[in-house]
Write a protein that binds this ligand. Structure first.
Ligand code: HEC
Length: 112
C-alpha cells in the first residue's frame, strides 16, 4: 500500500525537476540571445575597425585577437572616461554595460 505522502513527494520532486529544466532552457536562450545581440553590435565596429575586426587603417587598431575580459575592461574604461572628445569614449557611452559585455564576448570569437 502506498502512503499519500509518498505520492506527494514524488510529484513534488517532479515539479522541482521541471522547474530546473525550465531554468536551464532559459539560461541557454539568454546566452544565445546575448551572442546574437553581440554580433549585430560588433558589426557597427567594423565600419572603422575593418571587416571581421581586421583594420586596414594604421591609425585604428584591429579588434580581432582581443581577449574578452581585456576588451570588456577597455570598453568600460572608455565609458567611464571624461575625455569626451575621443571617438571611442563617445561611442562607449552609447552602450549599456551588458551590451559592452556582449560586444566583448562576440569580438573574442573573431579570427585573429
Ligand atoms: C567611428 C569609428 C569607430 C567606430 C565605429 C568604433 N571605433 Fe573603436 N576606435 C576608433 C579609433 C579611431 C580608435 C583609436 C583611437 C582611440 O583609441 O581613440 C579606436 C580604438 C578602439 C580600441 C582601443 C584599442 C587599443 O589598442 O587600445 C578599442 C578596444 C575599440 N576601439 C573598440 C571598438 C568597439 C568594440 C567598437 C564597436 C562597439 C568600436 N571600437 C567602434 C574608431 C572607431
Amino acid at each position: 500500500m502506498r502512503l499519500p505522502m509518498q505520492d506527494y513527494c514524488q510529484w513534488r520532486s517532479l515539479g522541482i525537476l521541471s522547474v530546473g529544466v525550465l531554468l536551464l532552457c532559459f539560461g541557454h536562450l539568454c546566452q544565445a540571445q546575448e551572442m546574437t545581440i553581440g554580433r549585430s553590435l560588433v558589426a557597427g565596429c567594423f565600419t572603422c575597425h575593418g571587416d571581421g575586426g581586421h583594420s586596414q587603417d594604421k591609425t585604428i587598431p584591429s579588434l580581432a585577437g582581443w581577449k574578452e575580459s581585456a576588451l570588456f575592461e577597455r570598453l568600460m574604461a572608455y565609458q567611464r572616461s571624461n575625455q569626451s572628445a575621443e571617438i571611442m569614449v563617445q561611442l562607449a557611452k552609447g552602450y549599456s554595460e551588458s551590451q559592452l559585455r556582449a560586444i566583448a564576448h562576440s569580438v573574442q570569437s573573431l579570427k585573429p
